[in-house]
Design a protein around this ligand. Structure first.
Ligand code: GLU
Length: 410
């Protein structure tokens, strides 16, 4: 499948085996959420906090230059995106580097996703992975049978959540779940330690504190725990590892008490830990599904770049006038028959305004997360030999890859 797709990360722990494993994971992730991509990944072994902005620009431009001249960054071959340590700024530099080296390529902007909106990006990409985690949990908590498998009951409201990592993914997931779904963030684990507060942490305040002080230590009105990793074991309803791989391993898996874990990061649970957790009856919503919101919205961005038209440009006014027709007809009927019906002003406004780009992106992401979950759970519940959602996710993904090959006559 080409183009291949995946993020470029900056971390001192980056190494070839890891990048290959993450690229393979992208292959299954893309298939599971029905994006027409193969998998890829890139990594630079640097700590971005140790470099100035102009140095970071030189580093990524040089890296991009080497890849672009080999067609290893190309709208039809390999389309990178942000990952750990990289973001919109890096993607804008890559896009600019590609445009300089391919001055006549009409699809140049589609060579990378996760660009800022003013540089050809799409609304809603920054928060997409966190939003996807929220949509995944919402879908899970719509299904009593699945909730019961995790020994939980009720909805998301009031659920106690421990989040590891308040980077782009963890921050947005925790923010949306606490501000929009009534979940309680009882602990946040960061690089320098963890914050614990059973009545719930204000995610936005913690984020601001980290931006100002470089860590969570000293944040008022919460207990600080120096040994952050130990907080993974804290009693809660949902654990969201959103930092890096391998944080739940043979050494701590038996002590993890969360009945439900959603892998917002890639590969946070090792193979050994997965076995231990499964035996304990813990339900794991696997990475290839849980964090697929990022690549899903990347797909929308790539399509937008290739189509050279902004979303909704053709249909927005047509939809609006159809809605207006309906509203006017309802009002006419009510007046004609003397029924005295009036449509609520806010209903009229909502109904008459066509969807903007952000609304379309959210709707596409929500639909993707729901559809993929349904496909996985169907396999999980209907085949006794499939013991968990991870195996189910891989079965669905592999089946979709096979379908693609068949449809190409391969
Ligand atoms: N780095 C993200 C991931 O691991 C996003 C990849 C993309 O948007 O292509 O899924």
């Amino acid at each position: 499948m080409e183009p291949v797709k995946g993020g470029i990360r900056y971390a001192l722990s980056v190494h070839q085996d890891e990048v290959e494993a993450l690229a393979a994971l992208m292959t299954y992730k893309c298939a599971l959420v029905e994006t027409p991509f193969g998998g890829s990944k890139g990594g630079l072994c640097i700590d971005p906090r140790q470099w100035d902005e102009h140095e970071l620009e030189q580093i990524i431009r040089r890296f991009a230059y080497e890849l672009i001249k080999r067609d290893l960054i190309h709208p039809a071959q390999n389309v990178p995106a942000p990952d750990m340590g990289t973001g919109e700024r890096e993607m804008a530099w890559i896009a600019d580097q590609y445009a300089r080296m391919n001055t006549t390529d009409i699809n140049a902007k589609a060579c990378v996703t996760g660009k800022p909106p003013h540089a050809g990006g799409i609304q809603g990409r920054v928060e997409a992975t966190g939003r996807g985690v929220q949509f995944a949990l919402r879908e899970f908590f719509r299904l009593p049978e699945d909730i019961a498998k995790a020994n939980l009951s009720g909805g998301l409201e009031g659920k106690r959540i421990v989040v590891q990592g308040l980077g782009n993914v963890g921050y947005h997931a925790a923010k949306f779940l606490s501000e929009e779904d009534g979940a309680i963030i009882t602990a946040i684990i960061e690089r320098d330690g963890a914050l614990v507060k059973d009545t719930g942490l204000a995610v936005e305040d913690v984020r601001q504190w980290i931006a100002k002080h470089g860590g969570v230590r000293g944040f008022p009105e919460a207990e600080f725990v120096e040994d952050g990793a130990s907080v993974l074991e804290k009693t809660c309803d949902i654990l969201i590892p959103a930092a890096m791989e391998g944080v739940i391993h043979r050494g701590n898996a038996a002590r993890i008490s969360a009945p439900l874990i959603i892998e917002a990061a890639n590969g946070p649970i090792t193979f050994g830990a997965d076995e231990i957790l499964r035996e304990k009856g813990c339900v794991i919503i696997p990475d290839l599904y849980a964090n697929a919101g990022g690549v899903t919205v990347s797909y929308f961005e790539w399509v937008k770049n290739l189509s050279h038209i902004r979303f909704g440009r053709m249909q927005r006014r047509a939809e609006e006038s159809r809605s207006r027709l309906l509203v006017e007809e309802l009002e006419r009927l009510s007046a004609d028959r003397g029924l005295g019906w009036t449509l609520a002003a806010d209903f009229k406004e909502k109904f008459l305004t066509g969807s903007d780009e952000l609304a379309l992106v959210r709707s596409g992401l929500d639909d993707t997360m729901r559809t993929a979950y349904q496909a996985m759970r169907e396999v999980w519940h209907s085949r006794p030999e499939v013991g968990d959602l991870r195996v189910a996710a891989y079965i669905v993904a592999i089946d979709r890859v096979a379908q693609t090959y068949r449809s190409k006559g391969l």
